[in-house]
Design a protein around this ligand. Structure first.
Ligand code: NAD
Length: 501
C-alpha cells in the first residue's frame, strides 16, 4: 500500500462529504450545550490516505474553565433527577447511537484507520455501556447495617461524586468514552471528555447525539485542544472531583501526579503486555486461530492484544507454521475497503516504533518467521511473526501496539507462569487448553485483572474491565463501574425509637 488511488480519493471525498451533511461532523468543541470555536485549530488526518479531514478547535484556558463551570452548574440539577429519569435520557442516547451506527463507524474509520466492521463493532460495544448503565443506575443501592449503637439505624447511600474529567485514547475513539461517561452520568455526575487529538470527530459526533437525546446542557461536554494544558486545567480545578483516564502508563503516571494535589479520585486504564499461554493439552488449531485474532485486532493497537505468545516446546514449530499460514491470509489496507483485516497504524511514530521493535529483536537473536517489509515506510505495517523472543528484547518487555507477534517456547507450567508475570503490566492474559488443573493453576497464578480461557472475546458491559500493577487502578463496566464516580455516604440515625415511658 502506498499512494492513494483516484478511486480511493473519490470514495473518501464522497464519504467525508456525506458525513459533513449528516450533521454528525463537528470541528468545534461542545461546551455547556453549545458548539464553541476560536481562532486556534489543529489538523486531523486520515491515517489511511494522509488527507486532512478537518481543523478542530483548540480551546484556550478560559474556554476549558467555562466547560468546568458549566459542568459544575449542571451537576446541581442532574444529580437530583431520579435515576429513572436519567436512565430514560441515556436510553434515548443509546437508541440514537445505534440508529447512526453506520455513520459513526465511518467517522471512526476515517480518523482512526480501523476496518469498517471493527468500527461498527466498536459502536455497538460502546452503545451497550449506555444501555447497561441507564438501567444499572436504578440499582445503585446503598445498604443498612445491624447497629452497634443502641437505638440507632446505620445506612449507606451511593452518591455521585461531582464533575468527572474523562481523558481518552485514539485506539477506541468511541467506546472508551461511553464506557466511562455512561457510568458517570447514570449515577448523577456531569462529565468533561477530552478525546485524543488524533480522533476528536467520534467524540464530537457522540456530543451531537447527546444533544439530540436531550441530555441537558453542561452534563456531557467535549473539550478539544492541547492535551497538557487541558489536563492541567481539569486536574487543578477544585470543581472537578474525579479523573478517569484511559491511555498509556507513561501519561497515566503524569496525570496521577497532577491530580495528587487536589486529591482527585482517579481511575486509570493503562497499557498491557498480555501473555497468551497455549497449554500442552488442547486443540492447537483452535489456539492458533485465536492467537491470530488476539494479536491483530485493530492492527495490534489494542491494550488487550496478545503481546507474548507462549507455546510448549513440543508444539512450537507446528504452532509457528500454522500461525504464519493464517497470518498470510490477512489483508492490509484502507479500512473502508471490503476484505481488509488490518488498517494502517495511527501515525508515523507508531510505524517507527514497530520497525525499532523488530530490529531490536532481530539484533538480539529473534527469528523472523514471516511477514515484515523493512523498506516499507508507509503506515501500513505488514503482519510479522517473530520466534525465539527473550526477556532482553523490547518486544517482550514493552506494549508492542503494532502487528508484530512474538512467540516463545516453554518447558514447564512453572516456567511459563513466571515469565507471564515477569512484566510491570497486569491487564489481561489468555489461556488455551482443556486440562482443568493446569487451566485453574493459570487463573490463580496470573497477576492480571482479567483472564480469558479459551475465548478471545472477553470484554463487554457486564464485566469489570481493568488491570493490576502498572496497568491501572479501578474497573470499568459492570456494577463496579460506578465505584470511581461515586462516594459511599454513611449515615447514623440516632435516637430512632421513642423510649420515653
Ligand atoms: P496516550 O497516553 O498517549 O494518550 C491518551 C490521552 O492522553 C489522549 O487523550 C492524549 O491527548 C492525552 N495525553 C497525552 N499526553 C498527555 C499529557 N502530557 N498530559 C495530559 N494528557 C495527555 O495513549 P494513546 O496513545 O492515545 O493510547 C494508547 C494507550 O492506551 C496504550 O498504552 C493502551 O494500552 C492504552 N489503552 C488502555 C485501555 C484500557 O482499558 N486499559 C484501553 C485502550 C487503550
Amino acid at each position: 500500500m502506498g499512494s492513494m488511488s483516484e478511486q480511493q480519493r473519490q470514495r473518501e471525498h464522497e464519504i467525508h462529504s456525506a458525513l459533513q451533511c449528516s450533521g454528525l461532523w463537528h470541528e468545534s468543541a461542545y461546551i455547556n450545550g453549545r458548539w464553541c470555536q476560536n481562532e486556534c485549530t489543529f489538523p486531523v488526518n486520515n491515517p489511511a490516505t494522509g488527507t486532512q479531514l478537518g481543523l478542530v478547535t483548540a480551546l484556550d484556558k478560559e474556554q476549558v474553565d467555562e466547560a468546568i463551570e458549566g459542568a459544575a452548574h449542571a451537576f446541581k440539577t442532574w444529580r437530583d433527577m431520579s435515576a429513572e429519569a436519567r436512565g430514560d435520557i441515556l436510553n434515548r442516547w443509546h437508541t440514537l447511537i445505534l440508529e447512526h451506527q453506520d455513520e459513526l463507524a465511518r467517522i471512526m474509520v476515517l480518523e482512526q484507520g480501523k476496518t469498517l466492521s471493527e468500527a461498527q463493532g466498536e459502536i455497538a460495544y460502546g452503545a451497550s455501556f449506555v444501555h447497561w448503565f441507564a438501567e444499572e443506575g436504578k440499582r445503585a443501592y446503598g445498604e443498612t447495617m445491624p447497629s452497634h449503637i443502641p437505638n440507632a439505624q446505620l445506612m449507606t447511600f451511593r452518591e455521585p461524586i461531582g464533575v468527572a474529567a474523562l481523558i481518552t485514547p485514539w485506539n477506541f475513539p468511541s467506546a472508551m468514552i461511553t464506557r466511562k461517561a455512561a457510568a458517570a452520568m447514570a449515577i448523577g455526575c456531569t462529565v468533561i471528555v477530552k478525546p485524543a487529538e488524533e480522533t476528536p470527530f467520534s467524540a464530537l459526533a457522540l456530543a451531537h447525539l447527546a444533544d439530540m437525546a436531550g441530555i441537558p446542557a453542561g452534563v456531557f461536554n467535549v473539550v478539544t485542544g492541547e492535551p497538557k494544558m487541558i489536563a492541567e486545567q481539569l486536574c487543578h480545578s477544585t470543581l472537578v472531583q474525579a479523573l478517569s483516564f484511559t491511555g498509556s502508563t507513561r501519561v497515566g503516571r503524569l496525570l496521577l501526579s497532577e491530580a495528587a494535589n487536589g486529591i482527585k479520585k482517579c481511575a486509570m486504564e493503562l497499557g498491557g503486555n498480555a501473555p497468551f499461554i497455549v497449554l500442552e493439552q488442547g486443540d492447537l488449531n483452535f489456539a492458533v486461530q485465536q492467537a491470530v485474532a488476539a494479536k491483530f485486532q485493530t492492527s495490534g493497537q489494542d491494550c488487550l492484544a496478545a503481546n507474548r505468545i507462549f507455546v510448549p516446546r513440543a508444539q512450537y514449530e507446528g504452532f509457528l507454521q500454522r500461525f504464519s499460514h493464517l497470518m498470510a491470509q490477512l489483508n492490509v489496507g484502507d479500512g473502508l475497503e471490503a476484505n481488509v483485516d488490518l488498517g494502517p497504524l495511527i501515525n508515523r511514530a507508531a510505524v517507527e516504533k514497530a520497525h525499532q521493535l523488530v530490529h531490536d529483536a532481530l539484533d538480539k537473536g529473534a527469528r523472523l518467521v514471516a511477514g515484515y517489509q523493512p523498506d516499507d515506510q508507509s503506515l501500513f505495517f505488514m503482519p510479522t511473526l517473530l520466534a525465539d523472543i527473550t526477556p532482553e528484547m523490547r518486544v517482550y518487555r514493552e506494549e508492542n501496539f503494532c502487528p508484530v507477534a512474538g512467540v516463545i517456547a516453554y518447558d514447564s507450567l512453572d516456567e511459563v507462569l513466571t515469565m507471564s508475570n515477569d512484566t510491570e503490566y497486569g491487564l489481561a492474559a489468555y489461556v488455551y487448553g482443556d486440562h482443568l488443573p493446569s487451566v485453574w493453576r493459570c487463573i490463580h497464578a496470573l497477576n492480571v485483572g482479567m483472564v480469558s480461557v479459551n475465548s478471545v472475546k472477553m470484554t463487554g458491559h457486564p464485566i469489570p474491565f481493568g488491570g493490576t500493577k502498572q496497568s491501572g487502578l479501578g474497573r470499568e463496566g459492570s456494577r463496579h463501574g460506578f465505584d470511581d464516580f461515586s462516594e459511599l455516604k454513611y449515615c447514623c440515625l440516632g435516637n430512632v425509637y421513642d423510649t420515653s415511658p
